[in-house]
Write a protein that binds this ligand. Structure first.
Ligand SMILES: Cc1ncc(COP(=O)(O)O)c(C=O)c1O
Length: 461
């Protein structure tokens, strides 16, 4: 088939969605009942409102999960490529993690005490080895890591603004809820809930891969830091163009602006994320999710120079109520989980294997796209791959946002769920864990090909 690009027949798509919704409802009566019962006291029927993102009108009620598989209340088993949106990148309940948790919680005892443990020392040394930054602190989430480091960057530089890229996501961080408007303006992101101030007061924003705009916005030396993922992952995957990250590093150095690499998702590129894989040399790295194997944790790593500048400033309160903290941050349970996860599960060797499976996943998608002439593309970042409903991979967040197609998203997700496979419900992201197998990847390839056969039928439009 090759070069001929087909168009989507929307009537056919609507009929296919209706069929998949019906199958989903028929196959999952216990999940449906659990959702209805939960609605009595759980606001929006789920423990946190973003869990309402799943398609089908109600989420599957999870019964158990091991490795790369999840079982639901109705007894179905799924190959899991969502992996808790990266929180379970290590696979579900790997034995090394469950043993360490049992030891900490049961045999040793002491979940949170406000005292340090040896595990924290080990984990900070391991993160320093992986990301090349010597000084680390722990939080309970990647969001908090980002929040606290933005404060610290402003404190150290004495500058008011943060620069982010349009359609970025760094957790629920006020400063980051902006998109690029005309003439370098920052516009509050659609749906921004109750911002304390107009984010234009705190943030400058431009498109990813637009180095000229970055230089323009940094030129007056009013920006404390650039906060970015090395590749955007939360608006589909948008890879940096050749020279962009190098230019960004040079521009931040020339203007005394701190460069923060948020590796929360981009750790998929390797054990030290893109920072190590691409030699980015940021001043700060933030991370969370995967490193605790599912137990809440976040972390930020700092260069020696930045860490020293922080401590030289005696006006800042880092040990009490200065605005960076969290009673349970750095707790013994989180750190024992991180030690087990980094030491035994998300190892350098595991990343090699995960990356090869990521490649197999993307190759399978590419072949099906080409065979069916689908006007789509697939982008991979190590163990992570994602398809987007545009012929060429978007080069900015704005382009990728414009490519969103909620109908196609709903259909492909339901199609996969109904046949035993979970994709991340935010766009079409798949992540490989150390427990994922070639057969799991090949199941996706087979279902994706089958789905495209159904969508495009035999008639060229
Ligand atoms: C790049 C990035 N940073 C930070 C976060 C925030 O993570 P959490 O919600 O676990 O705090 C996310 C969440 O998706 C993310 O994708």
């Amino acid at each position: 088939m090759g070069a001929t690009r087909r168009q989507i027949n929307r009537e056919r798509l609507e009929a296919l969605i209706a069929r998949e919704r019906l199958s989903f409802a028929q196959a999952n009566p216990k999940s449906r009942a659990a959702f209805d019962a939960a609605g009595a006291n759980l606001w929006t029927g789920v423990p946190m409102s973003w869990m309402a993102k799943w398609p089908g009108g109600f989420p599957l009620s999870m019964a158990g999960a091991h490795g790369a598989r999840i079982t639901d209340a109705d007894g179905h088993s799924y190959v899991d490529f969502c992996l808790g949106d990266t929180g379970a990148m290590a696979g579900h309940s790997p034995p090394a993690l469950t043993d360490a948790i049992a030891q900490r919680v049961g045999a040793d005892g002491g979940i949170t005490t406000m005292l340090p443990t040896d595990d924290a020392t080990w984990v900070s040394a391991e993160l320093a080895r992986r990301f090349g930054l010597p000084k680390w602190s722990f939080t309970l989430s990647a969001t908090d890591a980002n929040r606290f480091i933005l404060r610290k960057a402003r404190q150290v530089t004495g500058r008011p603004y943060v620069l982010v890229f349009s359609w970025c996501y760094h957790g629920s961080v006020d400063e980051s809820f902006v998109v690029a408007g005309p003439n370098d303006t920052a516009v509050s992101r659609p749906g921004n809930v109750g911002p304390a101030v107009d984010p234009a007061q705190t943030t400058r924003v431009c498109e990813f891969n637009d180095l000229d705009a970055v230089k323009r916005l940094l030129a007056d030396q009013q920006v404390a830091c650039v906060l970015t993922e090395p590749a955007l992952t939360n608006i589909g995957i948008v890879l940096p163009e050749p020279g962009f990250l190098k230019g960004l590093r040079a521009a931040t150095r020339e203007t005394g602006t701190m460069l923060i690499a948020d590796e929360t998702h981009t750790i998929s590129a390797g054990p030290g994320g893109c920072t190590a894989a691409w030699g980015i040399d940021p001043d700060i790295v933030t991370i969370g999710k995967s490193i605790g194997g599912g137990v809440p944790i976040g972390a930020f790593g700092m260069s020696e120079e930045f860490a020293e500048r922080l401590l030289e400033d005696e006006s800042a309160d880092y040990v009490d109520t200065g605005g960076v903290g969290g009673t349970l941050a750095g707790n013994a349970l989180s750190l024992s989980a991180a030690k087990a996860t980094l030491g035994h599960v998300l190892t350098d060797e595991a990343f090699d294997r995960m990356s090869r499976l990521g490649e197999r996943f993307a190759d399978g998608v590419d072949v099906a796209i080409s065979t069916h002439g689908a006007p789509w593309s697939c982008v991979r970042l190590g163990a992570r791959a994602e398809y987007r409903f545009v012929p060429s991979p978007p080069r900015t967040g704005g382009e990728s946002a414009a490519a969103a197609d909620e109908q196609l998203d709903e259909w492909i997700h339901l199609y996969m769920i109904n046949r035993g496979l979970l994709l991340t419900p935010f766009h079409n992201m798949a992540l490989v864990s150390p427990a994922t197998t070639e057969a799991d990847v090949d199941l996706h390839t087979q279902l994706f090909d089958q789905a495209l056969t159904e969508l495009f039928g035999s008639d060229l439009v």
